[in-house]
Design a protein around this ligand. Sequence first.
Ligand code: GDP
Ligand code: MG
Length: 177
Amino acid sequence: HGDFSQKIDYVFKIVLIGDSAVGKSQLLARFSRNDFSLDSKATIGVEFQTKTIVIDHKNVKAQIWDTAGQERYRAVTSAYYRGAVGAMLVYDITVRQSFDHIARWLEELRGHADNNIVIMLIGNKSDLDSQREVSTEDAKEFAEREGLFFMETSALEATNVEPAFVTILTEIYRTVS
Ligand code: GDP
Ligand code: MG
């Protein structure tokens, strides 16, 4: 765009984790490309997507890693977590099991990641409220107990997706600046 040259002040690696089919890849597609697909196949090949936003007059590049379907085989490796300064722990509000598994994902995350990683709990598919199996209150309580940020999102309707990423990036920025 003209002579606007974008100097990147920070690059923050964020990892997406959570059970298969909770909407991790669609959250990433929505945030990075404002895109959504209802029949998204297991992510193939793509390791991460980037998006640059401005925080406090600084250009902050988010490098957001997606699991490429490995969560099915519990083969998310330590390389995936290496260097991550943020993590989004995603469950599906219509699948109780995906929320019950969050404790396990959190344990794995805390075992692999840096101590001061910023963690955000995300209840995705808020558009499917009539099929809800996880109350907002339960999730909020869990997040408070574990010291996590929390938001419900809909990648389909683009509800809270940008605010969720901006919140985690702003919190990361605060911890490093
Ligand atoms: P992943 O395995 O966690 O990466 O999940 P995907 O992003 O591939 O999504 C799994 C399925 O859920 C796909 O059919 C998506 O279209 C659908 N999906 C993802 N996000 C939403 C959402 O916010 N609302 C609804 N209704 N469906 C969603
Ligand atoms: Mg995926």
